[in-house]
Design a protein around this ligand. Structure first.
Ligand SMILES: [Zn+2]
Length: 289
């Protein structure tokens, strides 16, 4: 008793399959954390989130909350409609959280939050830094001198929904959840892999992994050509599962097809599955921008 912080900052990683919640002190040191499966319904999801926040706060004052959620969302208004959580549409998360916890609440697209977390943990000083998540879906966050790049009217650039020339044993199965027939996400994300190959990424054969690596490499090549970043970090379950084999082969494909722009460094995240959670704790303490 008495050794814990009197006030805590709380980070939320709200995913389509799991919820992770952590409380940290003012330096970002994690004090307590919990995780749970994401309930299908919106009301159950919100109730569970409040319970998890109360659990990690342990009765101490919550000084700020940061959240990582799938896009699309309005970061300024804090209204979220994550693509892979069909029951969450136009949810005024900022209003709900600030009313319940009486503290500032910040939310951003999970890949932006993960990019900020990865940058702060390990990559500070990289001028043009791109973080890509390969998990259920796929997305990216681009930081210029540590600041999140935002598109027109705060639109989040959707790097995974670019068309690529792809290789696939079952081309008729390639279809993206956004409605387009040829997106990178449809070929290399967890959901895309399941739709094409009928199994989870961890059960892919070497031949199937090499198709995924080729397609990822074509996506990286486009990204490198357009953004010309210094460093690309890949995280998320599919990237971590594919490991250095996936990253190495994709990087070779990227480099082979990249003619006019220097090839960026491409590496695997060292934060494992916690990148977005670290980022959420960071924006809980520092706000957005
Ligand atoms: Zn798409």
């Amino acid at each position: 008793m008495g050794v814990d912080a009197e006030r805590v900052y709380v980070g939320l990683d709200i995913g389509g399959t799991k919820l992770m919640v952590a409380a940290a002190d003012e330096t970002g040191r994690i004090l307590r954390r919990v995780r749970a499966s994401t309930p299908p319904g919106l009301d159950d999801g919100l109730t569970l989130l409040h319970q998890m926040i109360a659990e990690v706060a342990e009765g101490t004052h919550v000084a700020g909350i940061g959240a990582a959620v799938g896009g699309p969302l309005d970061a300024r208004q804090g209204v979220v409609s994550p693509l892979h959580q069909p029951h969450w549409r136009d949810v005024p998360l900022k209003t709900l959280m600030e009313a319940r916890w009486s503290c500032p609440f910040f939310v951003d697209v999970d890949t932006n939050v993960a990019a900020a977390g990865e940058y702060a943990a390990d990559r500070a000083g990289v001028p043009r830094f791109l973080y890509l998540t390969l998990s259920t879906g796929m997305g990216g966050g681009f930081l210029i001198d540590g600041k999140i790049y935002r598109g027109s009217r705060d639109a989040h650039p959707e790097v995974a929904h670019q068309a690529i020339p792809f290789r696939c044993t079952f081309p008729e199965r390639v279809t993206c959840e956004c409605g387009a027939p040829d997106c990178l996400e449809a070929l290399v994300s967890g959901n895309g892999i399941r739709r094409i190959y009928g199994k989870a990424a961890e059960h892919l054969s070497d031949t199937e992994w090499s198709e995924v690596a080729y397609n990822l490499g074509q996506g990286l090549r486009n990204i490198a050509t357009i953004y010309a970043p210094d460093l690309i970090i890949l995280g998320g379950g599919v990237a971590v599962g594919g490991g250095e084999m996936l990253i190495g082969e994709a990087t070779r494909v990227m480099t082979r097809h990249l003619k006019l722009v220097p090839a960026p460094d491409v590496r695997l995240s060292q934060l494992g599955y916690d990148t977005a959670l670290y980022g959420a704790l960071l924006i809980a303490r520092q706000g957005l921008d």
